[in-house]
Ligand binder design. Structure first.
Ligand code: TYM
Length: 330
């Protein structure tokens, strides 16, 4: 079976972008691949979260993944910080990562702009830690959304560099999505990608109540209908159709697409349909995730079992890496 790795940072609440960019692929891959999925709690430390929030944040991400359909019996589900081999590989890869290339990474440049008071070395070397997450299991496929494409390219570079210098150890991992393109869900106000920290009314969180889901969708940005027949669809409307394709029956989507084409569309009706289908899709996930969070003993058991599986795999890689580098004294 091919090896698959992916992670989600434990900052804030998971949203539909995380679901459709990442988690949906995890669920589809769990049968046919050897999967390692983790909560990226070390990655969350770049913004110095309050220590008393960490446990709840990790449990929530774990619960939301399981509630979405991940089966802890089929995949290794673990917390990044439970696998110290990742930190060791991160140290080794840092020797092959250059300041110049790290400073050029768009997500780093964004952070410098957004949090100029806290441009720490962890932020700069974020792509190195992410590469260690992936390479530690010698993964070949990494299910992620479009925003992670560049990071995957760096992981391939580091793998190549290691192999060239010390000998063949790492395959070159690729970003993966079922379907042709990597997914990018836009925010409901049409201002950019849906994200944890953006405008809360423009983001659909997996734990939003039915009422809130309806309210957010009814407020989503649209236009006043196509100005002339055949005019290109504005991004905000395209995004509503994208969301609709994910949760609404195909023939119903088709009828709204036809209505758009012949200019008879009523966005109010379209949003009502989308809101109801979205509620039906999201409510069971929310309820299951909430129930799971009432059972910390169960979540702890999953974390422990997952960490054991992940460490067994990671230890083998590190043993081989140390030997290739020459750290081999006894
Ligand atoms: P994070 O925690 O920001 O997001 C988790 C996953 O959700 C995807 N995603 C989206 N997909 C489509 N549309 C959106 N609007 C959207 N927003 C988020 C992300 O692409 C991601 O797949 N660096 C990673 C976490 C990470 C990781 C790894 C991933 C750490 N180590 C190793 C894979 C492999 C991150 O910040 O994702």
């Amino acid at each position: 079976k091919e090896i698959v790795v992916s992670g989600i940072r434990s900052t804030g609440f998971l949203h539909l972008g995380n679901y459709f960019g990442a988690i949906r692929n995890y669920i589809r891959m769990q049968e046919d691949y050897n999967c390692y999925f983790f909560v990226a709690d070390w990655h969350s430390l770049t913004t110095h979260p309050d220590p008393k929030d960490l446990r709840g944040n990790v449990y929530r991400v774990l619960a939301e993944n399981i509630a979405s359909g991940l089966d802890p019996e089929k995949v290794a589900l673990y917390a990044q910080s439970d696998v110290p081999e990742i930190a060791e590989l991160y140290l080794l890869l840092n020797m092959l990562a250059y300041k110049g290339e790290l400073e050029k990474v768009p997500t780093f440049k964004d952070k410098v702009r957004l949090q100029p008071q806290n441009v720490n070395a962890g932020l700069l070397t974020y792509p190195v830690l992410m590469s260690a997450d992936i390479l530690v299991h010698r993964a070949v496929k990494v299910p992620v959304g479009k925003d992670q494409e560049q990071h995957l390219e760096m992981a391939r570079n580091f793998a190549q560099r290691f192999n060239a210098r010390y000998g063949e150890l790492f395959p070159e991992p690729v970003a993966f999505n079922f379907g042709d393109n990597l997914v990018r869900i836009q925010s409901l106000d049409g201002t950019g990608k849906m994200s944890k920290s953006e405008n809360e009314m423009a983001t659909l969180y997996l734990n939003d109540t039915d009422e809130l889901i309806r309210k957010k969708i009814m407020k989503a940005k649209t236009d006043s209908g196509p100005a002339e027949l055949g005019a290109p669809m504005p991004d905000s409307v395209t995004n509503l159709f994208t969301l609709m394709q994910l949760v609404t029956a195909p023939e119903v989507v088709k009828s709204f697409e036809n209505a758009y084409q012949d200019q008879s569309i009523r966005y109010g009706d379209m949003k009502k349909q989308l809101a109801e289908d979205m509620v039906n899709f999201m409510a069971p996930i929310r309820e299951k995730a909430q129930a799971l969070q009432q059972d910390p003993a169960y979540l702890q058991k999953i974390l422990k079992t997952g960490a054991e599986k992940a460490r067994a795999s990671a230890a083998q890689t590190l043993q081989a890496a140390r030997k290739l580098i020459g750290i081999n004294y006894y």
